[in-house]
Design a protein around this ligand. Sequence first.
Ligand SMILES: Cc1cc2nc3c(=O)[nH]c(=O)nc-3n(C[C@H](O)[C@H](O)[C@H](O)COP(=O)(O)OP(=O)(O)OC[C@H]3O[C@@H](n4cnc5c(N)ncnc54)[C@H](O)[C@@H]3O)c2cc1C
Length: 393
Amino acid sequence: MNASELSRFDVAIIGGALMGSSVAYHLLLANPHLSIAIIEPDPDYQFASSARASGGCRVQFTCPENIAMSLYSIDFIKNFDSVMRTVSQPADVGWVEGGYRLLAQHEHIATLERNVRLQREQGCVVELLSPSELKSRFPSMNVSDLGVGAFTPHDGWCNPIHLLWGFRRKVVDMGASYIAAKAVAANSDRTKVQSIVLSDGRVLRADAFVNAAGAWAGEVAALFGMPLPIRPMPRLEHYFTPASPMEKVPYIKEFSRLAFRSEGTGFSGGLVDGNAPRGFNFEVDHGYFDRVVKPAAAHRFPVLQTASCERTWSGLYEQNEFDGNPVIGVWSNGVQNLYTVAGFSGHGMMHAPAAGRAISELILHGVYQSIDLSKLGYQRIHACIPYSELGIV
Ligand SMILES: Cc1cc2nc3c(=O)[nH]c(=O)nc-3n(C[C@H](O)[C@H](O)[C@H](O)COP(=O)(O)OP(=O)(O)OC[C@H]3O[C@@H](n4cnc5c(N)ncnc54)[C@H](O)[C@@H]3O)c2cc1C
């Protein structure tokens, strides 16, 4: 081994925010003797989506895989402190079981009812509420254009930064090494990736490599010659307060992609612009709240007409342009020791526990042991057969 070479690892994980750290945690939980390197160029997580997320966790999806991942992950997040605390550090993630409420206008009633049937079949608790029931629970809500609302009382939100650091501290405690560098090149032969080259010039060899680079996953895949349709999609989040008092709300979501929840004396949320130009753009459009978010929020809660935006921040969705669902598993038609766990398109924080466990199962056993995520594999992209999630709003 020369000076520019690191010792060999069992697993090298590229991207050390939530997804990469969860992979490392689940690997070490299954086998504490594994040597694991996590490559993370931004150790303060200034740009990672994990540190910019809104914290929402819900079971309201349509793909059985996403519902199953939510059920495992939400339970994991609820019990995070008791499982993830270390001898020296608690791991409180500030879980709030405030519920999710998806509101549907008349044209979406059938869709929402079908989705709820699917969720109930998988054991989720979901209530369907008529407009008058919604009004009696939320007196400030305008229900004039609503057909139905679906409420999942055991959903909620957590502090994503605490979740991220809780994972990282635990993983370090369990023996993994975070390396503050960027993966910039890869050396592969026809069957295997042999090593990656880091931005500081060192070469890192491993038996298995995991691409957990979030919005950067497409770039990282390209280092290996793997086409991966994951692009950075800028997304704004706002903290806003009402001018006059309003009741607390669960995580409210609408088919327009408006989403917000109570936070302190105000609300945290936004309205996703699915057409936002793709790119690593962290600029904040300070007019977006007044132009787009406030009118939509005030339509639902007229008292928000005079809301003021206290803070706006930007982040990146790791958007899978192919079908909006994550890519999880090996590069089916490429080298067999390169795993991908990316492309969650807006729900990666809540699914990090289950997705990390899934990758650990694939690396250690070659097949899924708990939730079968085969349909989320790369082969659907290679075969050009989309598998879309209809519950992302
Ligand atoms: C505003 C906003 C709100 C959101 N709200 C929610 C929500 O309510 N619920 C939810 O579940 N999800 C939410 N999300 C999505 C969620 O944040 C992401 O899906 C999740 O954080 C993805 O985690 P990750 O670890 O894959 O990616 P990231 O957190 O982005 O981490 C990827 C890491 O890879 C590193 N990296 C990049 N290039 C390289 C390289 N070449 N070599 C090594 N490392 C590299 C980066 O430095 C980064 O730290 C939200 C996202 C945004 C932007």
